[in-house]
Design a protein around this ligand. Sequence first.
Ligand SMILES: Nc1ncnc2c1ncn2[C@@H]1O[C@H](COP(=O)(O)OP(=O)(O)OP(=O)(O)O)[C@@H](O)[C@H]1O
Length: 379
Amino acid sequence: MSRPQKLPFQTIHPLVIRPAEDGMIASVASVSYTPHNISNGDSRRRRWSSNTDSNFFQSFSTFSVPSTDDEYTAARNRRITCACVAPPQDFTPAKYLGPHRTEDLAVSEELGYESDVLIECRDVYKSFGEKHILRGVSFKIRHGEAVGIIGPSGTGKSTILKIMAGLLFPDKGEVFIRGRRRHGLISDDEISGLRIGLVFQSAALFDSLTVRENVGFLLYENSTMSEDQIAKLVTETLAAVGLKGVEDRLPSELSGGMKKRVALARSIIFDTTKDAIEPEVLLYDEPTAGLDPIASTVVEDLIRSVHMKGEDALGKPGNIASYVVVTHQHSTIKRAVDRLLFLHDGKVVWQGMTHEFSSSTNPIVQQFASGSLDGPIQY
Ligand SMILES: Nc1ncnc2c1ncn2[C@@H]1O[C@H](COP(=O)(O)OP(=O)(O)OP(=O)(O)O)[C@@H](O)[C@H]1O
């Protein structure tokens, strides 16, 4: 890919996306390049250069701009899978041929780490200027888990999600992906063994692309699948999240709940022609924010349905190995997750199963659960 033109930092299009060599993951770097420079042109990307795709790009507007060639190269080589662009993976044991086979997902003393741990944050610190947001956050996300991260506003829940996704550097501390220490942001070789998808609160669809183009985006870009194959797979994936006949619509023609479903479809579609498949962890940032109670229930059930322990709208088991949900909503806590991490004052101050939350004697948890103004959490 030729180096794209640099634009001023203020641009709302601060991304460059590059098809990965293995054809499955897009490289997304937080730099100020226009999206029409994303890669060598292709008729299937005919509307890609539109200036209206602001939702998607705004999600990344806070990241740094590389100023040197080295930084540019580093940025170019970072890889993340965002729900907005990533094709997650099938994790059926029969298809999974990688070094970490399903049967190996058990505690392994010899390897020095528990091999069912997909992501581990160990003593993570993060500050923004004088604001010390994370001050020693530690937790593990295990294979098969459905974890919620809760806590007061501004406590760093989205920040830790971005650190897990490899979109932000921790200032101090370590992030392990399947036992391998990640050095800073996600880089090409370090992603292998696990796909990490981030589902943004806004759904972050490309405004100027149809639902079909949004959902099939990465397959059009990176796979060897034919347009017909992709279109068929898009229709099947949309059906799995309970949507039919919306392929030709633009995001502006969808309700908020439908947009979230489309974003989810985009995050769970994967190249069915590939053999070796890695497990995937999906990270949801406030997936039910702004939805009415019934629409929230629909999304909560959808999150469950694409998990490997769930069943999608077509009755097939889901493909997502584990997921993490940042949420404020009680219904989402109760319905969509099994285990909770409570973040406060830069640390995990409580963790436990969802059913233990309301009976906890921890004063911080009690205040949060009751919504009381009196207690250790001060606004
Ligand atoms: N890129 C950034 N630059 C400067 N400050 C930031 C940046 N990202 C986050 N912050 C600040 O860090 C703090 C934590 O933000 P974060 O979004 O992680 O909190 P949160 O717990 O998810 O909040 P909420 O529940 O309100 O969504 C906030 O004060 C926020 O303003």
